[in-house]
Design a protein around this ligand. Structure first.
Ligand code: ASP
Length: 323
């Protein structure tokens, strides 16, 4: 049987990282190795798919910006439009992988498999996790059962939702989790196994970004004891069109800070209340006009960027976050 064609979009990260010794697992250079070398290092890939590598960027994922996300999305859309391409893999740094996965969940419409993959140990380390992760990602992208599930994340033998998953540990290999929603599946001897039939997240929005080259600036302001209430004004001076509050608990913000928030809302800035806690929701209340619901600040930021870019009113944005 002919092998499926898979396109790998490479962006860098630890999976392409190089260190001076094979015991070094921090302080290395992420995004040092090209995609063809990563593919060549895993000959077993040729047993599961015919792969084509596209080097989009090669640096650590802290450097990914909205224009790069748009370029990746448009590249994937073009690749998936061809009958030949059965699925796509994106190699990515784990630090902001969840943001790219969430963005793609909102902007890709093709039911074909899209799999994001990274690594926690550089390619030069003993027991590097990148090669097996890459093999599993290509295998998953080539697998019919992965269709219609939105973008997926593969790491440490687990398959997770690109919409819900978050990096829960700054250093452990089993970092990608969605504590409330769980994993979607796992690998058994390089065979992907799913716990559930295909489903998409409840209330998933779709944004057409075909002709976009950038998105509006939305900043996250983190809440803590002794917060400077005026910090939001500085973000607005620096160009923010929307603000996400990483609130304390269920929408907690300081009294003085709330007064500033109310003022900027009257001036037309959209402010969304999210939470600095890993899970849970912010409930709507008299003084909380827009709640991010389940979404953490970094995902809320992307959703608000897309909504502002689409020209949504604050009423529409509010109902969009409420789903
Ligand atoms: N430490 C990161 C990683 O795991 C580096 C990055 O996000 O690019 O890939």
């Amino acid at each position: 049987m002919a092998l499926p064609h898979i396109t790998i979009f490479a962006t860098g990260g630890t999976i392409a990282g190089s260190a001076s010794s094979n015991t070094q697992t921090t302080g290395y250079k992420p995004g040092a190795i090209g995609i063809q070398s990563l593919i060549d290092a895993v000959p077993a890939i040729t047993d599961v798919a015919i792969v084509t590598g596209v080097q989009v960027t090669n640096f650590r994922s802290t450097e990914i910006t909205s224009p790069i996300l748009l370029e990746i999305c448009q590249g994937i859309n073009t690749a998936l439009e061809s009958d030949e391409c059965q699925g796509v893999v994106i190699t990515h740094g784990t630090d902001t992988l969840e943001e790219t996965a969430f963005f793609l969940s909102l902007t890709l419409r093709s039911p074909k498999p899209v799999v994001l993959v990274g690594a926690m140990r550089p390619a030069t380390a003993i027991s590097a996790d990148g090669p097996i992760n890459l093999l599993q990602a290509v295998t998953l992208a080539a697998c019919k059962e992965a269709t219609g599930r939105g973008p997926l994340i593969v790491l440490n033998d687990r398959i997770s939702s690109g919409y819900y998953t978050t990096k829960t540990s700054a250093s452990a290999l089993d970092t990608f989790k969605a504590p409330e929603q769980g994993h979607l599946g796992y690998f058994d001897n390089n065979k992907p196994k799913f716990f559930y039939t295909p489903a998409l997240p409840v209330g998933l929005q779709y944004f057409d970004v075909t002709s976009k080259t950038d998105l509006p600036q939305v900043d996250i302001v983190y809440g803590y004891q002794g917060l400077n209430p005026n910090i939001i004004l500085e973000h607005i001076k620096l160009g923010a069109k929307g603000i996400i509050l990483a609130t304390m608990g269920n929408g907690g913000w300081t009294v003085a800070g709330m007064e500033v928030v109310d003022r900027v809302i009257k001036d037309g800035i959209v402010v969304v209340y999210s939470h600095r806690s890993q899970d849970g929701t912010v409930s709507l209340a008299k003084d909380i006009s827009i709640s991010s619901g389940l979404l953490r600040p970094e995902k809320s930021r992307i959703l608000l960027q897309l909504a502002l870019s689409a020209g949504y009113t604050s009423e529409k944005i509010k109902s969009m976050f409420e789903i």
